[in-house]
Design a protein around this ligand. Structure first.
Ligand SMILES: C[S@@+](CC[C@H](N)C(=O)[O-])C[C@H]1O[C@@H](n2cnc3c(N)ncnc32)[C@H](O)[C@@H]1O
Length: 419
């Protein structure tokens, strides 16, 4: 056994022991496909670490990466592939995931992998040859449109984030087929496996947390993020246009704070309470501080030390012409160097911040009373927009409209919130 085989065996043992890999076919594919041949530019140890590897960036923003193996395993388990399946992957990147898909569907199946970038497609083709993988058709094109010549597909899998569910993907699914995608819902990315029902709607089978680079091309998502000075960016959860000057004026007026009874961790901020607040309150936004403010956080000092930077949740009041907001901030007793969860408070900023702070606290209490649900507790149903105003969501569900679809979100613990 060579060094690459040993490193790969260690990686796959870890994926199995952590429960990320559950099915024999997924495990066999990870054991068989040599990841290092899809990442020839990085050392062997990096190719077999459980980490994403950036392979392309534009203006400092990563546009393509080989995804983290444990995230790939979670998604391959969500996909529930069978031998003989016809699969469309959108976001071919290095070609590694396509190779895993081809291994699982076997010679009776078919994999079409699309990437928008011709250089990546050229490299992926070379990697697949080097790894001796057959059964993958690479296509350079905009995956927002799917790939009609290969349709219908039993499975369509995006390995790139989308803020929409395109009608093309639904149209290209075989009856009973499954669409798996990193779906950005009010600012949080969810890996959602959606089954096409007889009613023509998509219904979720499973939901997991994820973080992928976003679609380029016609399906690109514009998040409405705006700089508010001091290295801070405000990103509204529903993509609405906000006035950065009002936010910055509010942040200059810190007011009273209310404690929250239990600490919050990074995943609570993004996938648990964060999503619950964003579903309940349209004015939810994220405040982000660049990683380079970590040594001298200044205005960001009360933000939570998430990943390499700092971030928190905030709520803008309904009246967008008033300077005010409420933000979840570190409690002064918190150690910002600790990994979290951190004790937190809700601080009001500006004249209208107090009412917003009360609403954040009320949303927190509703989320806590529901047992602190996470994304895994959510169930989604997706219908294409009818040519008229969609009906009110049923009780207990929140409706989120994407450019082409209406997504109904419920929590299995309790209603995710008010609209
Ligand atoms: C996280 S990477 C995918 C990693 C890949 N699955 C692998 O195994 O290496 C996301 C990919 O999506 C591609 N992408 C972005 N927008 C796209 C689009 N509209 N259509 C097809 N691919 C797109 C990017 O070029 C990038 O290669």
């Amino acid at each position: 056994m060579g060094a690459a085989d040993r490193a790969r065996a260690r990686l796959v043992d870890g994926l199995r022991n952590s429960g990320r890999v559950r099915h024999a076919a997924v495990e066999e594919a990870f054991r068989a496909v040599p990841r290092h041949l899809f990442l020839p530019q990085v050392p062997l140890a990096r190719a077999y670490a459980d980490e994403a590897v950036a392979v392309q960036s534009v203006d400092g923003v990563t546009t393509s990466s080989a995804s983290q193996p444990s995230m790939m395993a979670i998604m391959l388990e969500q996909l529930d592939l069978r031998p003989g399946h016809r699969v469309l992957e959108i976001g071919a990147g290095t070609g590694y995931n396509a190779a895993l898909l081809a291994r699982i569907v076997g010679p009776a199946g078919r994999v079409v992998a699309v990437d928008i970038d011709p250089d990546l497609i050229r490299d992926a083709a070379r990697h697949l040859v080097d790894a001796g993988v057959r059964g993958v058709e690479l296509v350079c094109g905009d995956g927002a449109l799917g790939h009609p010549p290969g349709a219908p597909y039993d499975r369509i899998m995006l390995t790139v984030g989308s803020g929409d569910i395109r009608p093309e993907w639904i149209a290209q699914l075989a009856p009973g087929g499954r669409l798996l995608l990193p779906l950005e819902l009010r600012g949080t990315q969810l890996s959602v496996a959606l089954d096409l029902g007889r009613d023509g709607a998509l219904h979720s089978d499973s939901v997991a947390r994820c973080a992928f680079v976003r679609l380029r091309g016609v399906g690109a998502l514009h998040d409405g993020g705006a700089s508010v000075g001091d290295g801070l960016t405000v990103v509204p959860a529903d993509g609405r246009v906000i006035d950065p000057e009002l936010v910055s004026a509010a942040l200059a007026m810190p007011g009273a704070s209310r404690p929250l009874p239990r600490p919050l961790g990074a995943s609570d901020l993004w996938d648990g309470f964060g999503l619950s607040l964003a579903l309940a309150e349209r004015g939810t936004c994220r405040l982000l501080a660049a990683a380079d403010t970590a040594d001298d956080p200044g205005a960001a000092s009360e933000l939570l030390p998430v990943g390499a930077g700092r971030a928190t949740l905030a709520l803008l009041p309904d009246r967008s012409d008033h300077a005010g907001l409420a933000a979840v901030v570190l409690d002064p007793i918190a150690d910002p160097g600790a990994a979290g969860p951190w004790p937190v408070r809700v601080r009001a900023f500006g004249p209208t911040g107090g009412a917003a702070a009360d609403r954040v606290k009320a949303a927190y209490e509703a989320w806590a009373a529901a047992g602190r649900p996470t994304v895994a507790d959510l169930r989604l149903s997706v219908t294409e927009h009818p040519g008229r105003t969609p009906p009110e969501p049923p009780r207990g569900a929140v409706a989120v409209d994407t450019p082409h679809c209406r997504v109904l979100v419920r929590s299995t613990t309790t209603a995710p919130g008010r609209t």
